[in-house]
Write a protein that binds this ligand. Structure first.
Ligand code: ZN
Ligand code: ZN
Length: 332
């Protein structure tokens, strides 16, 4: 099969992903093989490919927002699963018995493995997944439109929940990439007043079109008395700005697996019972809840699709914030 393989991390501008012909995978016990139709590109992929997150497996095929059709069953998988359209998220497996798994925090499992990081992902024609960690897609959606929901959507939804925001309150969103453009649709659905702070003029336009009441540069945020904020931009500097935008006892959820360092700051920025919570991965329950909402609202993704061989270019566009919406690799 054709696959984009990472052998050595490097700046995406140097095209670190190599298009190779590799052996298609064979599913093991409780695994299935998926014929990949589309794979969303996540900011986490960029962090892995550029070495901002250390590699665990090398070489690795990245990609963890996979939509495809089950075309081979491993031992122990019900035959009725053959041919189903499914999504594969970031969470590949957990141990199911550690402290965190027992506390409904499987996203923090000590033994968790992740798609496109511990095991090969979806920048390829075929990928493997554990049958009990898949999202079954019931209707007949467009694979390209669904792909970004699998990580950007699900983890954005977890950030929304952890931000403690309530209907009628004022939520700040910092940065407006793929995850933010989906999360704002959850927020407005629950009658939350959303203010978006981002550098990009295109992103501000998109935010207003999706229901934001304010769309400005982040420098306009301090003093806004927000009830809560979600940080989507991987910027330590902006975390300080976001804290200045909160009211007393305001809550900041940071949706990032990696950010630039947070500069030292005065305790005054946190005093008055302000809170910061980092958001780490997502549980299967988050995925189930989010996909139910995505169908009922319904949530619409804006996508820019690229053929598999253009993965490096797509990552450059993502890095330079050139995209409005979500980048998706299309295999069809
Ligand atoms: Zn566990
Ligand atoms: Zn992701």
């Amino acid at each position: 099969m054709r696959a984009q393989v990472l052998r050595k991390p490097g700046p995406v501008e140097s095209s670190p992903l190599l298009m190779e012909e590799v052996e298609p995978p064979t599913p093991g016990r409780l695994e299935v093989r998926i014929k990949v139709l589309a794979c969303g590109i996540c900011l986490t992929d960029k962090h892995i490919i550029e070495g901002e997150i250390p590699l665990i497996k090398s070489p690795i095929i990245p990609g963890h927002q996979i939509v495809g059709i089950i075309d081979q069953l491993g031992e122990g998988v019900d035959r009725a699963k053959m041919g189903l359209l499914v999504g594969i998220p970031w969470l590949h497996s957990t141990c199911c018995h550690c402290y965190y798994c027992n506390m409904d925090l499987e996203n923090l499992c000590d033994q968790a493995t992740f798609t496109g990081y511990h095991c090969n992902g979806g920048y390829a024609e075929y990928a493997l997944a554990r049958i009990d960690y898949l999202v079954e897609l019931e209707e007949n959606p467009d694979p390209i439109k669904v792909a970004p929901l699998l990580c950007a959507g699900v983890v954005g939804y977890r950030s929304y929940k952890l931000s403690t925001i309530k209907p009628g309150q004022k939520l700040g969103i910092f940065g407006f990439g793929s995850a933010a453009s989906l999360t704002i649709q959850v927020a407005t659905n629950f009658d939350v007043d959303v203010e978006v702070y981002t550098r990009s003029l295109e992103h501000r336009k998109m935010a207003l079109a999706l229901g934001a009441t304010v769309a400005e540069d982040a420098m306009a945020a301090p003093g806004r008395n927000l009830d809560a904020a979600i940080m989507f931009a991987p910027s330590g500097d902006l975390i300080r700005v976001a804290l200045q935008s909160l009211r007393k006892s305001g809550f900041l959820a940071v949706n990032a697996i990696h950010t630039s360092p947070i500069p030292s700051m005065s305790y005054d920025l946190l005093y008055q019972e302000k809170c910061i919570k980092t958001v780490t991965n997502a549980t299967r329950e988050d995925a189930r809840e989010f996909f139910d909402l995505a169908t009922s609202i319904p949530i619409k993704s804006t996508t820019v699709s690229y053929p598999l061989e253009k993965a490096n270019e797509a990552l450059v566009d993502l890095k330079k914030s050139k995209l409005c919406g979500s980048a998706v690799l299309s295999m069809v």
